[in-house]
Design a protein around this ligand. Structure first.
Ligand SMILES: Nc1nc2c(ncn2[C@@H]2O[C@H](COP(=O)(O)OP(=O)(O)OP(=O)(O)O)[C@@H](O)[C@H]2O)c(=O)[nH]1
Ligand SMILES: [Mg+2]
Length: 578
């Protein structure tokens, strides 16, 4: 009977956990970090084993034949099938690609996104359909666990992860070997039920007994005494040396009848199959809290490393931002070329003369001076030079900030890895100059609008607009620079009278009251603009450190949800089972 069990809640919980695990990819891994491998293993276990298994509890039960090379796994499979489905051999190791023995009609169920389908899709499994197979059990002849072929060992490990039942094949000579025992420990940790075949036993009954007794003692000592299906005593079956059938290229049918009988009985008993699957599912889930906890801890460590790297970047850029603001306060942008072109434009000689005249006279001087035909090119040049100075300084400081941040990163193992992958971080970003120019142009636009909008009278406003947008903007910009540098009304001498000059010009344009406000606001705006240009540059570093997932706590919670749902499902399986 099919199990009328609703698995959707567990599926949803597993998918949620898988998403959290995918999101836990380290942003700041360190060389040799095993975290990535742990995360991948958990992801694989969730996606390729648990989810497909839960999605279809009706899929054939997966029984994997594991053991040393030459132990007789392929021979056992052939014996069980009653046909030569997996060649045995003398060249070790023989089986390189796992062979899956399926009953007719089983292949679709096996392949339609079920357990091991991923391996089959990658052509890493060979499917053999034969009427000698068990209707509800897929037998998998694995490559050896102890061969010189590292790839074989990995494949065996993967298969063990997907197993519902493990048929462990060993020989009278080999059963004490270390490597297969390592696999048995893994099988135990995974909670996979076991059956054991000891092949090539001595022909004498007494010797045979002695070997089997010793083998049983070792299994018991290893805590595997009750590792049989359903938690029963471990079934241990001996096969005598020479019990082979040349026709099937397998172990003789009579010698392995107990194994065949046990599998046939299991295959025919829906309740028993469900119980074994539930046991394997429980076993598969057993390692989940630990694995999830490890990945969560890895993710925590990653976040700590990322935070440290982030702090380096923030400190480096903050320091340069301060230095840049200091330059603004130091009047750096009022010197050099900017001043020269500005003074050329207004005429230094005129300054003192018109300062002593009334506001009306200033206006008429202004309209002469700023008429587009006269002052256009010089004004444009002043603006460009001021921008050059600002952008140049910004880029230089960003470059220093990037260099300092990168130097800190280089001294950190995780940072060094990121730098290797992004060598451009040693300097300012390639787009910074263009971006900074655009941001400053927008700033100047905002300033100009403010001057236009806040002129104190309609007359003044009309007058201001008659001078042209460029003129207002440049005058206001220089006034902001002067204000930032702390040059106000009285300090006529400084910077060739620029401060006062600009103040007067602006007052003439928009009235005294509004000037102070506007300049203060524009200065704040400029500082913000410079800061955000530097932040844009710093984001090249910080974006690398943005974790994808919801964090370790969410990961742990998703793990707990899976266990709670699994417990519910296993309980209801027990109800429908025996
Ligand atoms: N002499 C003798 N040889 C045996 C006996 N049983 C099995 N063999 C040999 O032992 C080897 C077993 O080989 P396989 O069945 O291919 O072993 P396997 O476990 O599949 O090995 P790999 O595929 O390499 O992992 C073969 O060479 C068999 O001929 C036996 O009773 N007597
Ligand atoms: Mg083989």
């Amino acid at each position: 009977m099919p199990t009328a069990v609703d698995t959707t809640a567990l599926q949803a919980a597993l998918a949620g956990l898988a998403a959290e695990v995918a999101g836990a990819t380290a942003v700041a891994p360190v060389p040799g970090d095993l975290g990535a491998a742990r995360r991948r293993r958990l992801a694989w276990h969730l996606d390729d084993y648990l989810l497909p298994r839960v999605r279809d509890l009706e899929a054939p039960l997966v029984c994997i034949l594991l053991g040393s090379t030459g132990a007789g796994k392929s021979s056992l499979l052939n014996g069980l099938a009653g046909a030569r489905v997996s060649p045995s051999g003398v060249v070790r190791p023989t089986t390189m690609r796992p062979v899956v023995l399926l009953a007719p009609g089983q292949a679709d169920a096996f392949m339609s996104g079920k357990v091991l389908a991923a391996l089959a899709d990658a052509d890493r499994l060979q499917l053999v359909v034969h009427e000698g197979a068990f209707a509800e059990i897929a037998l998998v002849d694995a490559p050896d666990v102890d061969s010189v072929e590292a790839e074989n060992r990995r494949t065996a490990e993967e298969l063990l992860q997907a197993a519902d039942l493990c048929l462990f094949v060993t020989t009278a000579q080999r059963y004490a070997d270390a490597v297969p025992w390592e696999f048995l420990r893994q099988a135990k940790a995974r909670g996979v039920p076991l059956l054991v075949v000891v092949n090539r036993l001595p022909r004498r009954e007494a010797d045979r007994r002695a070997v089997l007794d010793d083998a049983r003692r070792r299994f018991e000592e290893a805590g595997l005494g009750t590792a049989g299906p359903g938690g029963r005593d471990l079934p241990l079956l001996g096969v005598a040396e020479g019990a082979r059938d040349p026709v099937t290229d397998g172990l003789a049918a009579a010698a392995i009848e107990p194994v065949r009988g046990a599998l046939a009985e299991l295959s025919a008993d829906t309740a028993a199959l469900t119980a074994v699957k539930a046991q394997a599912l429980r076993g598969a889930l057993a390692g989940l809290p630990a694995a999830t906890g490890e990945v969560a801890a890895d993710s925590e460590a990653d976040r700590r490393r990322a935070a440290a790297l982030r702090a380096h970047v923030e400190r480096a850029y903050d320091a340069e931002q301060e230095r840049l603001q200091d330059r603004l306060a130091g009047g750096d942008f009022l010197r050099g070329e900017v001043m020269r072109s500005w003074q050329e434009f207004v005429g230094v000689g005129d300054v003192s003369r018109w300062l002593s005249t009334g506001i009306g006279r200033v206006r008429s001087w202004l309209s002469r001076q700023f008429s587009p035909a006269k002052g256009g090119p010089e004004l444009q040049r002043t603006k460009e030079q001021a921008f050059e100075e600002l952008v140049g300084a910004l880029v230089r400081h960003a470059d220093v900030a990037a260099g300092n941040a990168a130097t800190q990163w280089a001294a950190d193992p995780a940072g060094a890895l990121l730098l290797d992958a992004h060598p451009g971080l040693w300097g300012h970003g390639p787009a910074l100059e263009t971006e900074a120019r655009a941001m400053l142009t927008q700033w100047l636009g905002r300033l100009t609008r403010m001057v236009e909008e806040r002129g104190h009278s309609r007359r003044a406003f009309a007058f201001a607009t008659s001078l042209g947008v460029n003129a207002i903007g440049v005058v206001a910009m220089l006034a902001v620079f002067a204000h930032s540098a702390g040059l106000t009304g009285g300090e006529v001498v400084i910077a060739g009278g620029t401060a006062v000059l600009n103040q007067k010009l602006l007052e003439a344009l928009i009235g005294e009251a509004a000037v102070a406000d506007i300049i203060r606001a524009a200065e704040r705006d400029l500082r913000r603009t410079l800061r955000s240009a530097l932040e844009t540059d710093a984001r090249r570093f910080l974006d690398l450190l943005t974790p994808a997932g919801d964090g370790p706590e969410a990961l742990r919670e998703a793990g707990h949800r899976v266990l709670a749902e699994a417990e519910r499902l296993i309980t209801s399986l027990a109800g429908t089972g025996r």
